[in-house]
Design a binder for this molecule. Structure first.
Ligand code: NAD
Ligand code: UDP
Length: 311
């Protein structure tokens, strides 16, 4: 197939492009590099891989046939979407509109990278796809959450009204090599702090929970969803839940770092709990994560050791 990946020079996008090339697909990556990097895809250069530097909120022109579109373009870390609030709203709304228009024109399949943030600060736990969420539209995180909620609504409208063959993946916290060292997410923050023996910055009292999925598992989930004609949202994530304080201690124990833990202010509207219910993905996609936290963190540590030039 000929497959377009928007946001393909980002963390998840670059792993997805790599995985699709391994399956002998032709891949076009479109990215404006606002939060991604050409370094993430430099090793993919080949005649089956094409990179186009473009902002997908503007009209997208692709010559010839196109069979599937993965729409991943969007800042994803809280620090970065707060730095780029308007761009985040635009890529979730206008960018999703442009990519859906392209899917309609080319009669291509379409997958939206949505997020657990559509559940906001959830009042239902664990989160199932039939939960409508608890989002503050006017809080700082609203720029990301509402952009993704609008994107989901637009995808369903194109599916229902135009018959576009769409999918929606609600991705929960995913980590691994090629995350940006300074994108502010908890995994790169804690790992780089542990490696440089600086205090691990736990926000709030660290009692908020998250569930971390290793990148290769997530990518397998996206590929499985591409292959299945299932149009309602599907949660993809690892259900192993822990508090952020427990996570900080795990990072210290794995790395053997002597760094301390320091407690900082909790960001506004930071969700207090998060854990995916993945029964739907298990049933419909026969998918579940395979990589344990210790195994995934080990690989991620190795990546950051290289980035930080630490032996
Ligand atoms: P990332 O920032 O590494 O990648 C996003 C990519 O999109 C970047 O390369 C960026 O330059 C590009 N981009 C942003 N706006 C664009 C635009 N207007 N035009 C073209 N390219 C644009 O983030 P990521 O972690 O790889 O996330 C990828 C997708 O997955 C995002 O849509 C995000 O919302 C979703 N997601 C990720 C996670 C996670 O834990 N990583 C969780 C939930 C959802
Ligand atoms: N967090 C933290 N210290 C950090 C970065 C993040 O305690 O240095 C917390 C953050 O408040 C949140 C959790 O870790 O509760 C996950 O944050 P991240 O930015 O990775 O993603 P989120 O799940 O909030 O989108």
């Amino acid at each position: 197939m000929k497959i377009l990946v928007t946001g393909g020079a980002g963390f998840l996008g670059s792993h997805l492009c790599e995985r699709l090339l391994q399956d002998d697909h032709e891949v076009i990556c479109i990215d404006n590099l606002i939060t991604g990097s050409i370094d993430n895809i430099a090793h993919l250069r080949s005649e089956r891989f094409d990179f186009i530097k473009h902002d997908v909120t503007n009209y997208i022109y692709i010559k010839g046939p196109l069979h599937f579109i993965f729409h991943l373009a969007s800042p994803a870390s809280p620090q970065l979407y707060l730095e780029y609030p308007i761009q985040t709203l635009k890529v979730g709304s206008l960018g999703t509109h442009k990519t859906l228009g392209l899917a309609k024109e080319k009669k291509a399949g379409f997958l939206l990278a949505s997020t657990s943030e559509v559940y906001g600060d959830p009042l239902v736990h664990p989160q199932r796809e039939n939960y409508w969420g608890n989002v503050n539209p006017v809080g700082p995180r609203g720029v990301y959450d509402e952009a993704k909620r609008f994107a989901e609504a637009l995808v369903m409208a194109y599916h229902r009204y135009h018959g576009v063959d769409t999918r929606i993946a609600r991705i929960f916290n995913t980590y691994g090599p090629r995350m940006q060292l300074n994108d502010g997410r908890v995994v790169p923050n804690f790992i780089s702090q542990a490696l440089t023996h600086k205090p691990l910055t736990v926000f709030g009292d660290g009692s908020q929970t998250r569930s971390f999925c290793y990148v290769s598992d997530l990518i397998e989930g996206l590929v499985a969803l591409m292959k299945k004609k299932y149009h309602d949202p599907v949660n993809l994530g690892n259900p192993v839940e822990m508090t952020i304080l427990e996570f900080a201690r795990e990072i210290l124990s794995i790395s053997g770092s002597t760094a301390e833990i320091s407690f900082c202010d909790l960001p506004i509207d930071d969700p207090k709990i998060r854990q995916p219910d993945i029964s739907l993905a298990r049933a419909e996609l026969n998918w579940e994560p395979k990589v344990s936290l210790s195994e995934g963190l080990e690989k991620t540590f190795n990546h950051f050791r290289t980035t930080l030039k630490i032996q």
